[in-house]
Design a protein around this ligand. Structure first.
Ligand code: GLN
Length: 195
């Protein structure tokens, strides 16, 4: 089983490091054809406009849509979530359309660009999860097919729609691998269901 990390821009090294710590084979994906080698993909945070531009330049969109339609899991954090959302600030984002939600970029404002907060996430057990938000987006609304998995200040910050997982914060920047382990389980299940 291989897990890819989209390595165009942003925090891809940190995700790769975390996945390796969890004993995964990691492929840094720089070209669309490398998607054929991986069973799941992490789309890291960074600058969504840059990531979107590079994805188009390298020809990722169609290949990625097919990857998702085949049921292969994708985990987008922060900018990785932004590029997958169906809507940005109420307007349709005609791009990947992989998760049914309306997202507002940089929604926590300039004064408090980044923050670390303790989240209670029942799905992960009793121990709190320290979440790091960096110029984070907010999920303004979710479609009926989306399951919220964690909240911060009454906003959904971790969610899943079938094989697509998203977080508005950066779990790769903490020492806590529980969210990555959750994604690894999704990939394992998807591989098993195809065997
Ligand atoms: N603010 C960035 C954007 O809008 C996202 C920040 C991040 O990924 N940490 O693309």
């Amino acid at each position: 089983m291989n897990i890819g990390v989209l390595a165009l821009q942003g925090a891809f090294r940190e995700h790769a490091h975390m996945l390796k710590k969890c004993h995964c084979n990691v492929v840094e994906v720089r070209l669309p054809r490398q998607l054929d080698e991986v069973d799941g993909l992490v789309m890291p945070g960074g600058e969504s406009t840059t990531i979107r531009k590079l994805m188009v330049e390298y020809g990722f969109p169609e290949k990625l849509k097919a990857f998702a339609a085949a049921g292969k899991p994708i985990f987008g954090t922060c900018a990785g979530l932004i590029v997958m959302a169906t809507k940005l600030s109420g307007k349709k984002q005609k791009f990947l359309n992989l998760i049914d939600m309306d997202v507002e970029r940089n929604a926590y404002g300039r004064q408090i660009e980044s923050r670390e907060v303790d989240l209670e996430i029942p799905l992960l057990g009793d121990k709190i999860f320290r979440a790091i938000f960096i110029r984070a987006p907010q999920i303004i609304s979710i479609g009926p097919g989306v399951t919220p998995l964690a909240w911060y200040q009454e906003k959904v910050v971790w969610a899943r729609q079938k094989n697509i997982l998203v977080a508005t914060f950066h779990p790769e920047l903490t020492g806590d691998s529980r969210i990555h382990k959750y994604f690894i389980e999704m990939v394992k299940e998807s591989v098993k269901s195809k065997a």
